[in-house]
Structure formats: C-alpha cells, structure tokens
Design a protein around this ligand. Structure first.
Ligand SMILES: NCc1[nH]cc(CCC(=O)O)c1CC(=O)O
Ligand SMILES: [Zn+2]
Ligand SMILES: [Zn+2]
Length: 355
C-alpha cells in the first residue's frame, strides 16, 4: 500500500466521523496539506484514545479505497479460465440464428462453429459446453437414439473443434432431453415417470472407459439441479421442453436443501470430479454447501438462461447497468464457493476482463 493511499484513507474516514476532541470540525473544502496534517494528528490522537472513545479499535482496518485493495477482499477473482460458454449446435450445418428469449445468443450449425469461436478463443475463451439441437423431426424418439449418433451435430462439432482448437476444453452434455420425442431427460416408464435404471443404462452407452479415453475425461455432475422456471430460454433454444408434465420428479424442489446435500454426497461417492449447482444466484447456499461437502472438488455453477434473460430484461428497462450486474451476480456465485461458472455472459467477460 502506498503512502498516498494510506493518507487518502485516513482523510476519507476523518470526514465521515464525528470530530475528534481537539481538532476543529471542517466541512468545507480544505487543501491537501492541511488535510494530511489533520489526518496525521487525528491518527495519533486516535491511537491513544481508542479505549476512551470505545468506538474504533483501528484506524486502518478495512480500508478499500484503492481498486487493488478491493480486489484483495475477494477470495476468488473472476478470471477467464473460470468460464464455460454454452453453445447450441443444430443439425442444419449452415444455420446461425439468434434465439429471441436468450438475447445475443445463437443456435448454429457445424459450418459456422469455427468462425464463430475463433475471435473468442483469441480473446481467451478456454472452454465450451455443447448442446445438440436436432431440428429434423425424425431425429427424436422415446429412447433418444440420436444422442450418440456419430453424425449428429454435437459429435461432429466436437471433431471439428478438436481439430481447429487443440487446447480448447470441450464439454459434452449427456442428457437425453434434446433427443427424446417426449422431451424428458431420460427413458420413461409406461406411466410417464422416469425409468432411472434404463436411463442410466442408456447414458452409459457412451462407454468412455472402453473407448480408452478414461484418463482424459473429467466427470462434471449436475448434482444439485433444481426444477423451476429459470430454464425456459434454454428449452426454447434447445427445443427440449417436455411434451407433457414437468421435471419435478427428477429435478429438486427449490426448498430441498437437504435433498441437494444428499445428491452431492452421492455423486461424490460415485466418482464425480466436479460438482455442479444450477441455477446459481437463487441457490448460493447450495453452492456453499457443495463447497463444504466436497472440500477437495471444484464446484461449478450454471448461471442459467432465465437468470441471464432476467438481467438483460432489467438492464434494458433501466434498472441497472448490464455489465455491473453481470459482475455482481458472477462475483456472488464465486463468493458462495464456485470456481467454475457456466455463463452466457462469457463473450462479454472476455472483453471486460484482463486475464
Ligand atoms: N436438461 C437438462 C438441462 N441442461 C441445461 C439446462 C438449462 C440451462 C439453462 O437454462 O441455461 C437444463 C435444464 C432443463 O431443461 O430442465
Ligand atoms: Zn441437459
Ligand atoms: Zn435434460
């Protein structure tokens, strides 16, 4: 901390506090020299009178007038490496269309992918998560057969991205809802409820171990995933809205903190490498629980589509500045315990952040 920072801190506090016993109160403008000397005399007064006044124990405690001193207050500082950018890839190779409910975000075909990502990677994008959007009606059936079609948009997209950007960290979502005709996340019983064992079997068709790539795979589990109304724009984008019912029997109820803690424990026991909580800002306590339960695992938070859309809508209505709110929300997520954030704000953060 430089001397000038120290002094400006003292004078700032000085102006906010009742006048010390033998210093004249001055509310009008004063020149710097007299401010400094008043601050010094006040500092020495305070040092000898703390116990008398009983109000302040240290003049220097908590100073944060300098931007670096503010940065030091955060346990975690948002950096580009913490961000994962979600991408929606369609089976129509030349498509690139804006998603109305997800401002600024696009649904695109594999032919558009590399050109779209090149400038973002140049600005420091490190990781993407890919969601498939099969538009052809024949691409969907009750078993989600198209999910692991080698010609499908996500798998073709992974091949393309791996070739174009050898260092990009690519994440594949293995949920089935984008590929099932009923739009639910797994395979169903005849009565429409989720058949967990068949669903798990179907998802494990991926056979990463047999493919010989287990040593390069990180398992990120959507451990604490709450049902609610914040996924709407994502379902518009991915075309994954359930055709009947809802997801309340397999996504957690918003009040279910204990259920979330149990799900996190279970997933750690089953070998998850990273625990994810979603949505994020409504569930900061769960992020903090995840960090406590899985002390040795990184915690990821999905700042979901509805949260992003709300911030855009409110900023547009003049409630706050978009950039300031994007930072405030994301910093809250980090403070709660996450060190990885899936965010639709990623392209903007690449412009806003230095590292
Ligand atoms: N199917 C799971 C899934 N994968 C991504 C999201 C939502 C992410 C977002 O809203 O940005 C969801 C939730 C859902 O559709 O129920
Ligand atoms: Zn999913
Ligand atoms: Zn799903």
């Amino acid at each position: 901390m430089s001397f000038s920072t120290l002094v400006s801190d003292l004078t700032y506090r000085d102006s906010l506090r009742p006048s010390p016993p033998h210093t004249a109160s001055t509310t009008g403008p004063t020149d710097t020299r007299s401010q400094i000397s008043r601050a010094r005399s006040y500092a020495s007064t305070a040092a000898t009178s703390v116990s008398i006044a009983g109000e302040v124990s240290s003049q220097l405690h908590g100073g944060y007038s300098h931007p670096l001193a503010r940065a030091w207050q955060a346990e975690r500082q948002l950096t580009k490496s913490m961000l994962i950018y979600p991408l929606f890839i369609t089976d129509n190779p030349d498509e690139s269309t804006l998603i109305p409910s997800l401002p600024g975000q696009r649904r695109m075909g594999t032919n558009k992918l590399v050109a779209f990502l090149t400038p973002l990677i140049a600005k420091g994008l490190k990781s993407v998560i890919l969601f498939g959007v099969p538009l052809a009606p024949s691409a969907k059936d009750p078993l989600g057969t198209a999910a692991d079609d080698p010609q499908g948009p996500v798998i073709a997209g992974i091949r393309l991205l791996r070739r174009a950007f050898p260092n990009l960290f690519i994440i594949a979502d293995v949920c089935l809802c984008e590929y099932t005709s009923h739009g639910h996340c797994g395979i169903l019983h005849d009565d429409g409820s989720l058949n967990n064992s068949l669903s798990v079997d179907r998802i494990s068709d991926l056979k990463l171990i047999e493919a010989g790539i287990a040593h390069r795979i990180v398992l990120m589990s959507y451990s604490a995933k709450f049902s609610g109304c914040l996924y709407g724009p994502f379902r518009d984008a991915a075309g994954s809205c359930p055709s009947f019912g809802d997801r309340r029997c397999y996504q957690l109820p918003p009040g279910g903190r204990g259920l979330a803690r149990r799900a996190i424990q279970r997933d750690i026991g089953e070998g998850a490498d990273i625990i994810m909580v979603k949505p994020a800002t409504q569930y900061l306590d769960i992020i903090s629980d995840a960090k406590e339960i899985g002390k040795d695992l990184p915690v990821a938070a999905y700042h979901v589509s509805g949260e992003y859309a709300m911030i855009h809508a409110a900023a547009k209505a003049g409630v706050f500045d978009l950039k300031a709110m994007a930072f405030e929300a994301t910093e809250g997520i980090l403070r709660a315990g996450a060190s990885i954030v899936v965010s639709y704000f990623t392209p903007e953060f690449l412009d806003w952040l230095e590292t």
